[in-house]
Structures are given as C-alpha cells and as structure tokens.
Design a protein around this ligand. Structure first.
Ligand code: BGC
Length: 454
C-alpha cells in the first residue's frame, strides 16, 4: 500500500504485530442460559434492567461480524469459549458446541485473522457455581480437564491461549464490591482464597496446554488501572492509592512472577511455587485512570471511593459509578509495571464506553502513539486488541455502556460503523506502511460528564 502524502516513515510496528479486536462469549453470543450471569440477570441484578437476549447473535452469525472485522484490516481476533456450553453438566461434554467454535476459528483463519482464545471470561457454568465457584476445592482440576478438552478439540486451529480474563476484576467485583455475581461485599479472605484457586487453575491449565501443544503461547489477561490519590497532600489517600495499586494490579501477577501466595495468605507462610513462571506472555487490559480516596460516608465500599475529576476526558459514565478517566498515557505505565517478567506483551483489551464516539478516535490514535513509543524504546510489544468490535452486553451495565467500533441495535441487530472504525482501520493501515499514527489532540470535553456520585 502507498503512503499518503506527508506520512512520516517509521517502522515501529513489526510486520507480525497482532492488530485485533476483542470480545467474550457471554457478551456476544446470545443464548447462554446455563451460566451464573444468566442467573444474575434473572434475579434482576443488571442495573439497566436490560436482558442479554441474542447479544450480538454470534452463536448463529459470528461470521457476519468477522466480515466486518476483516474490512477494518485486523489480522487477529480475541474471543472466549463458553465453559457452560462445552461442559453443560459436570463431566458431560457437548461436541456440537466445540464444533461451532471450530467453525468460528476456521472462519477467522479464512479471513486472515489469528484467533486468540480465552478459556474463562467471567462466566462459570451453573454447576460449578453451585459447588461454590472458584472456592470449590476441586476447581483447579475441573478447569484443567476443561482446558484439555478445548485444546484437544481446537488446538489445530489456535496456539494463542488466555487462561483467565481479569482474575482481579472477577474477585474484586464479585467478593469485595458486590457488583458481579456472587455479589459478596468486603470478603477479604474470600478474595484471597478465590485468587489462590484461580492461580492454581491457571498454572494447571498452562502445563496441560503445553503438554498438548508444545509451541502454545499461553498467558492471562491482567486488568490494569492507574490509581492516583484523590487528595495529593492527604497521607491516607496516598497510602490507599499505593495499596490498591499493589493489591489490584499486582496480586495475581506477583504470584506468577515469583510463586508467592496472594496477600494476605503470603503473610501466613503460604506459597505457590507451582505457579511461578507459568506464562509465555503478559496480557494487559487497560482502560482508565481513577482517583482513590477515603470517604467516611461510603461504608458500602469499605470507606474508600474511586472517582474521576469532572474536567478530565472520560467516556460515558456507568449507571452508579464513573467508568474512569480516559488516559492513554497510562498504557505505558501499565506495560512498564510488568517489566520484571521479561516476557512479550499483548494489549488484550483497550477501549472506552462512548456511545456518541466523542473521544474514542482520540483514544485509539493516542494509544497507537504510546505503543509506537514503546516499540521504539525496545519494548517487546506484540499486539493490540481494541475492545470491542461491536457494542456488546456490558455485564451489570447491560446495553448502557457502548464500547463498539461499530454501533449495534440489539433489538434489530442492525450495525452501523462509528467514525472510530475508520480511525482504527487507518491506524492499522499506516502502521503497515511504516507511517506514524495521525497526531491526536486532547479531546475537548464537549459534553458535561456525570460526576462521580458521593
Ligand atoms: C472486560 C470486558 C468488559 C470491558 C469493558 C473488561 O474489564 O474484560 O468483558 O466488557 O472491560 O468494561
């Protein structure tokens, strides 16, 4: 392809760089009725009151969206497989479900896209949930067995595996903030025990996958948020920002790095040597910056609160809580903080909830510039996946928050590309030409943002 006049030459992005979009089964497939998120929805726990319904109708028609992805010029696509479809009851396996995933992976390959498959993206089969979810003592063996089935069935079509998506978000929202099922609050010890079992499950799956597929590329997706003290000069807020950074961003990762048990179990002599070194890459999901501060009027969240100053760029706000400040520079901070691994890095998710596409173009271009800088600095960055291709079901926010490059009307299944789709396509095209991503000015805050609720 030719360069446009004025495009500066630079070959920061390697030819094999994975430019992709990211998705997850429950959020896009539709018809997943056998997992704990379907139950959560039936209990009326989706804040918007929305139903996932057909989602993006991928179980029947994923290929139509793969066509749209292909038009963007992506060469990779991240999806997850749904445990509750593959093993609908403990020990019972559904060959049809695995066949459908085979079709999807084949369809990706036919369109020149490298599939990245996540084994667990927040959803548990109901039978596992009934046993206590990741508190069940045999969860690691069950996950290992499930991983073995998946990799045996799909391994000829995929070598890039992500065991768990954002274990830190899963435990924090499920056992500390009560926002995700099972909806528990302030259960510090359960946070630690679930994290411990997720680590053991990850390590068991890591080994099993390599046994089946020696050249596999296996890691996990770490959600990373930049935390700043809400009040710079207030000691307790500074302490809190550091504490949340360590616990939220590094608890899981530290165990993989050096085999320590998650906090506070490590303080009682526990350790997990079998977990040490079980990753071939570090996957990072990065979205935002948040201010952490103490607030005595917030007992529901253990007296701490995450806020965004109203003058900072941000996408749309969640129904009760702000989503976070859009802060593309944080991408470099995120990558740097996992330097000690000395492993390749993939940005497995990055995006912004922005129904009207006010700031998404800026987020995409700025993120590309941050990556270009990192590559020039010699960082071993191998790929970037934008969240997401189309709008999809945003967990307890339902259809309220919209992350798609392509707008979706879930009622009619109509799709309409947002301007960002072209912006992302241009960034990819230019990176292949060896040109710099277009310069990006800081967005104006065109619309008043919903301030954080007290
Ligand atoms: C999750 C996705 C989610 C996205 C946007 C990530 O934390 O992995 O499932 O939709 O963020 O909030």
């Amino acid at each position: 392809m030719d360069k446009e006049p004025g495009e500066k030459s630079n070959h920061a992005f390697p030819a094999q760089f994975a430019w992709g979009v990211a998705t997850s089964s429950h959020q896009v497939e539709g018809g997943n009725l056998n997992n704990q998120w379907a139950a959560w929805e039936q209990q009326g726990r989706i804040k918007s009151g929305d139903a996932v319904g057909l989602a993006c109708d991928w179980w029947r028609h994923a290929e139509l969206d793969f066509d749209l992805a292909q038009q963007l010029g992506v060469n990779a696509l991240r999806l997850s497989v749904e445990w509750s479809r593959i093993e609908p009851a403990e020990g019972q396996w559904n060959a049809d479900a695995l066949n459908r995933y085979r079709q999807m992976l084949l369809a990706l390959q036919e369109r020149g896209m490298r599939p990245f498959v996540t084994l667990h993206h927040f959803t548990n089969p109901l039978w596992l949930e009934a046993k206590g979810g990741w508190l069940a003592p045999d969860a690691p063996q069950l996950f290992e067995r499930y991983s073995q089935r998946v990799v045996s069935a799909l391994g000829d079509l995929c070598t890039d595996w992500t065991t768990f998506n954002e274990p830190n978000v899963y435990v924090s929202l499920g056992y500390f903030l009560g926002e995700f099922p099972p909806g528990r609050r302030g259960r510090f010890m359960q946070v630690a025990r679930v994290t411990r079992n997720l680590l053991l499950s990850h390590a068991a799956a890591y080994r099993k996958i390599h046994e089946l597929q020696p050249d596999a590329n296996v890691g996990w997706a770490q959600h990373y948020a930049v935390f700043k003290p809400q009040r710079k000069k207030f000691g307790p807020d500074r302490w809190l920002a550091r504490f949340v950074n360590r616990r939220f961003n590094h608890n899981f990762a530290d165990s993989i790095l050096d085999g320590r048990a998650p906090f506070p179990l490590n303080k009682f002599g526990d350790s997990l040597p079998e977990v040490k070194g079980t990753c071939d890459y570090v996957g990072i999901n990065y979205y935002s910056r948040l201010r952490a501060g103490f607030n005595w009027r917030s007992p529901k969240t253990a007296f701490f609160q995450l806020t965004v100053p109203p003058h900072k760029p941000q996408g749309d706000s969640g129904i009760e809580v702000p989503y976070g400040e859009a802060y593309p520079k944080g991408l470099r901070k995120a990558v740097k903080s996992f330097k000690a691994f000395e492993k390749p890095i993939y940005i497995l998710e990055n995006g912004v909830p922005d129904r009207d596409d006010r700031i998404r173009p800026w987020v995409i271009q700025s993120s590309a510039q941050q990556m270009q800088r990192m590559l020039r600095d010699g960082v071993d960055l191998r790929g970037y996946f934008h969240w997401s291709l189309t709008d999809n079901f945003e967990w307890n926010e339902g259809w309220h928050l919209r992350f798609g490059l392509i707008e979706l009307d879930p009622a009619t299944q109509e799709r309409k590309a947002r301007p960002s789709a072209q912006v992302y396509a241009d960034v990819i095209r230019k990176s292949r030409n060896g040109a710099s991503p277009s310069s990006s000015r800081r967005p104006l805050n065109e619309r008043a943002h919903t301030p954080a609720r007290e």
